[in-house]
Design a protein around this ligand. Structure first.
Ligand code: CP3
Length: 340
């Protein structure tokens, strides 16, 4: 698997490429399966359909890895926190976490057990996937998941989370510790079901000051990564903390790949981190609207990363209205231009 080789800093015949959110609405084939499943969570819970949409980008675009179709928020959902996806509004937790009692009501064992549809989807996908392609399992970082559980949905300023962070940091640590425990077991089950690598998404890392980022987010991600690397040293771990280009000097720990978001200059990430980690990223996702801009972005990134271990990706998820022809052009261009 050339994707796994790149994660482990081995030489590859070309630069492997995939896209965050590659199983999604820009594909008409996804929209068809999604319509047949009903709503988004029903699609997540139908392991055959979840597997089908996970495989679509590999078949249609020729990406080098499939990421399992699911969502970071199914973990709190299955631990007992009611979750809704309203049309056009994104995720909503109608009864967000406010008290110690709310937290105690969440059940780690039940959550890890109820997530069997994710393990079933991974197993089926690994069976169907070409042996040369990798299957990526994932989870959210404890901090990013906690922001949704506390705010009740997406947030502009994270005021509720910050209030707890400053007024009652012990309580925030309790929430994060419980989530970390659940996530360790969850990703372990994903590996047992056939995931070849694990990515941890920390989409809201940038909401925190430097010291707070390391205390409340990065340390918990490392706890999950340490757990995996100790038990499954051959499984690459990818960390993707978004929007923290100012803190790269202090990024350190036992993981394999650092996901670079699009706002971080790639040559800066290279200078600070490429001696330790494979870098993944980081083309600006909106370049996919225009073929000339794709070509320019791909050439620039390949030039910076030549002779350095690299997985090509976008610097965040692909948007729903990207023309699929442009996505195909992007994937093919990376594979051809990087060919050695
Ligand atoms: O990358 C993939 O192709 C795998 C699937 C995947 C989804 N969500 C499917 C999804 C992954 C890896 C995620 C992760 C996720 N989910 C993150 C971290 C990555 C990031 O984008 O920052 C976050 C923050 C979430 C929470 C979430 N889920 C939000 C905020 C939304 C609504 C925004 C949106 O894009 O509509 C979702 C819904 C969601 N998750 C969709 C998909 C395909 C859209 C649902 C639909 O089909 O209508």
């Amino acid at each position: 698997m050339i994707f796994i080789d790149a994660c482990l800093k081995k030489k590859t015949p070309y630069t492997p490429v995939w896209m965050m959110r590659q199983a999604g609405r820009y594909l008409s084939e996804y929209m068809q399966v999604r319509a047949s499943a009903g709503d988004f969570l029903s699609l997540c819970r139908d392991y055959k359909k979840a597997s089908e949409v996970s495989l679509q980008p590999v078949d249609i675009l020729g990406v080098d890895a499939a990421i399992i179709f699911s969502d970071i928020l199914v973990v709190p959902l299955e631990m007992g926190l009611e979750l809704k996806f309203e049309k056009g509004e994104g995720p909503i937790f109608p009864k967000p976490i406010q008290t110690e009692e709310d937290l105690e009501n969440l059940d780690i064992q039940k959550g890890v057990r109820n997530l069997s549809y994710v393990y079933d989807a991974l197993k089926l996908t690994r069976e169907k996937l070409d042996p040369s392609k990798a299957l990526i399992g994932f989870c959210g970082s404890p901090w990013t998941i906690a922001t949704y559980m506390i705010e009740g949905g997406g947030s502009k300023n994270y005021a509720k989370c910050k209030k707890i962070l400053y007024q009652n940091p012990e309580f925030l640590h309790k929430i994060l510790t419980k989530l970390t425990l659940a996530l360790k077991l969850y990703v372990e089950e994903q590996i047992k079901a056939g995931a070849n690598a694990i990515q941890i998404f920390d989409s809201w890392a940038s909401a925190l000051e430097k010291e707070a980022f390391f205390e409340f987010s990065f340390n918990y991600m490392l706890e999950i990564s340490n757990y995996i690397k100790k038990k499954y040293p051959h499984i690459p771990v990818i960390l993707f903390p978004k929007g923290i280009s100012g803190f790269l000097d202090e990024i350190n720990g036992n993981f394999d790949v650092f996901g670079v978001d699009w706002s971080t200059p790639l040559n800066l990430a290279k200078e600070k981190l490429a001696s330790k980690y494979t870098l993944q990223g980081n083309m600006e996702p909106c370049r996919l609207y225009d073929k000339n801009s794709i070509k320019e972005g791909v050439e620039k990134i390949l030039d910076i990363m030549k002779d350095t271990s690299h997985i090509f990706n976008l610097g965040h998820g692909i948007l729903p209205d990207i023309p699929v022809g442009n996505a195909k052009y992007f994937i093919k261009l990376v594979q051809e231009k990087s060919s050695k």
